[in-house]
Design a protein around this ligand. Structure first.
Ligand code: CA
Length: 583
């Protein structure tokens, strides 16, 4: 072994936290010569340094001129055993260097050394393995989680049982790779699918788009392969030929992008009750606790909403680049385990309705999106029916006899689900609640039910327009900072303040929910613990803890500081809500 490399390995090795048991290399039993004398005994697999054809991004940068070069600082410089030479790509991101090993190999260890003077540029780099030359089936096998000293090799143990023909190092965002040396170790074998690499304790969602294209549209899908590694690396969901596009409103404008994915087949993803093709990846860019939606959904469950969307935190790798901590959630749609309204309607009072395919304005001017029946399936008669039904509800609510239990608004609207949704929104402190309200009608004879809760990234004191919520003299919907329209404000007001029976029911539901909500801060602590490993990487990828983003109030400069804002808010909200419902 090269002395310069050998003596350094043990001392400076950086080992990945192995999430599943290390697989022993099991020697294949040697056949007895008398049984099959013509066959050579099979050699047991031996781990060794691997060599192959150097592959990777072709365009390098010649720093002396800033121009493209195919010879200076080329990818070969990452495999020349010289710490003073390095691969620097011309493009700043999405660039890589690796090896075509010719045959499948199980990788057991990778080595790397940053370019001298550029020690930070390895942080968040990913090693991947693939069996397609374009890396469309690539899976991460190791991640560099810290900056590293130059002039020495650093090693990461790899614990992935699948054999790969192609292996690579993908530089982190905006690093131009800047890698001085790379090494791969392993043994020739097809391997198996018993163990994969999971970046943190959270599941890893890997998205490889066709030709490594960026997702730039909220309308047009592009193709990608999606892989979800979970259960400490022991489970892999493979979803080839998945459609992906952007999603969201304000959140789409952030550099960390939210996505909608549509599998070819239905899947129960990560233990979800729903079995569906469409899923969302929530980016949580403006929510620095990375948990506000998760928390609001927990409030929804504790308040007794019929259906709360499935939502679980994950790490996302997009075309070989770590993108941070996301939430994988149900799409709000009609389906088994989602909104159960197969022969009915799903609508949303939605300030962004004008951007949707199917929507209407109510008589009082509320914009309403129709989400089900689907855009391409809804008939003119169905659209007319739901618009008319919503109008009848509105007319009843605005009439002088609106409180009448038989002929008032109760004829069209379920009061309990409306009140539960009201508590979820107001207890969580969501300024957006009456900007967007989901409702569904289950079959021809059913009334309109309110729910599910959705889009809570501005909740729990994350909106300077309503800060500090607990000092407001009234509910959020009735306050100056609220984004509720006049019509929705009147609607809520009539039900929770002017209808004595509904108001009494609100107090009852609140009192019944309070014991469960009073321990919510324990759930915040558990969630913060669950997210800890991932949040550290997330804020390396997006160093915004000291910046105001979107509607943030003053930033706290740390993850723990952001979480404590939520906890203080909840503690005070529990007593403040008592005061508000009794007013
Ligand atoms: Ca070199």
């Amino acid at each position: 072994m090269n002395v310069r490399y050998g003596i350094l390995a043990a001392a400076v090795a950086v080992f990945a936290v192995l999430s599943c048991e290390k697989k022993e290399v099991v020697p294949v039993p040697v056949q007895k010569p008398e049984e099959k004398p013509s066959e050579k005994p099979v050699e047991p697999a031996v781990t060794k340094q691997l060599f192959g054809t150097v592959i990777g991004t072709e365009k390098a940068v010649d720093y002396s001129s800033g121009a493209v070069s195919f010879t200076v600082n080329s990818r070969n410089c990452a495999f020349d055993r010289d710490f003073n030479t390095f691969f620097a790509s011309y493009d700043r991101s999405g660039t890589w260097a690796g090896l075509d090993l010719g045959k499948k190999h199980v990788i057991t260890k990778v080595g790397y050394s940053p370019r001298i003077t550029q020690e930070g540029r390895v942080e968040l780099a990913l090693f991947e393995g693939a069996n397609e030359a374009d890396f469309s089936d690539a899976l991460p096998i190791a991640m560099v989680k810290e900056r590293a000293s130059s002039g020495v090799m650093h090693y990461l143990d790899v614990n992935c049982s699948r054999g790969f023909r192609y292996v690579r190092y993908v530089g982190p965002n905006d690093a131009r790779c800047n890698i001085a040396e790379l090494e791969f170790y392993g043994y020739e074998a097809d391997g198996d699918d018993s163990c994969f690499y999971q970046i943190t304790n959270l599941p890893t969602v890997v998205i490889n788009t066709e030709n490594a294209r960026a997702v730039t549209s909220k309308k047009d899908y592009i193709k990608c392969n999606v892989y979800i590694v979970s259960n400490d690396g022991k489970e892999l969901l493979s979803a080839p030929q998945t459609d992906i596009r952007g999603r969201g409103n304000a959140s789409w404008d952030f550099p960390k992008k939210p996505y909608k994915i549509k599998f070819q087949e239905k899947h129960h993803v990560l233990g979800s009750p729903s079995n569906d093709k469409k899923w969302t990846l929530i980016n949580n860019y403006g929510d620095k606790t990375l948990m506000r939606n998760i928390l609001a959904f927990e409030v929804s469950r504790r308040v007794g909403m019929t259906y709360t969307p499935f939502c679980t935190p994950v790490d996302v790798v997009f075309n070989g680049e770590y993108q941070g901590c996301y939430q994988l959630c149900d799409q709000v749609e009609v389906g088994t385990g989602r909104v159960e309204a197969k022969d009915g309607y799903l609508i949303e009072i939605d300030a962004y309705a004008y951007g949707e395919d199917v929507y209407f304005y109510s008589g009082k001017g509320m914009p309403v999106t129709v989400k089900y029946p689907k855009d391409d399936e809804i008939t003119a008669a169905q659209l007319s029916f739901i618009k008319n039904y919503f109008g009848q509800m509105e007319t009843a609510l605005w009439s002088s006899g609106f409180k009448d239990p038989v002929n008032g608004y109760r004829k069209y609207l379920d009061v309990d689900s409306f009140l539960r949704n009201f508590i979820v929104g107001e207890f969580s402190g969501n300024t957006d609640t009456y900007w967007s309200v989901n409702m569904y009608k289950d079959g021809g004879d059913g009334v309109l039910f309110t729910g599910p809760a959705w889009d809570y990234d501005l909740a729990f004191e994350n909106d300077q327009r309503t800060y500090p919520i607990n000092n407001l003299s009234d509910y959020i919907y009735a306050s100056a900072g609220s984004v509720a329209s006049d019509a929705t404000r009147t609607m809520v007001n009539k039900i929770v303040k002017q209808d004595a029976a509904a108001k009494a029911r609100l107090v009852e539901i609140w009192n019944a929910s309070k014991p469960a909500l009073s321990s919510l801060n324990d759930y915040v602590d558990e969630t913060a613990k669950l997210l800890d490993e991932s949040q550290k990487l997330n804020f390396k990828r997006w160093p915004i803890l000291s910046q105001r983003v979107h509607q943030n109030n003053a930033p706290k400069g740390s993850y723990a500081g952001e979480v404590s804002v939520v906890k203080s808010y909840i503690t005070r909200r529990l007593t403040r809500f008592d005061e508000l419902v009794k007013k």
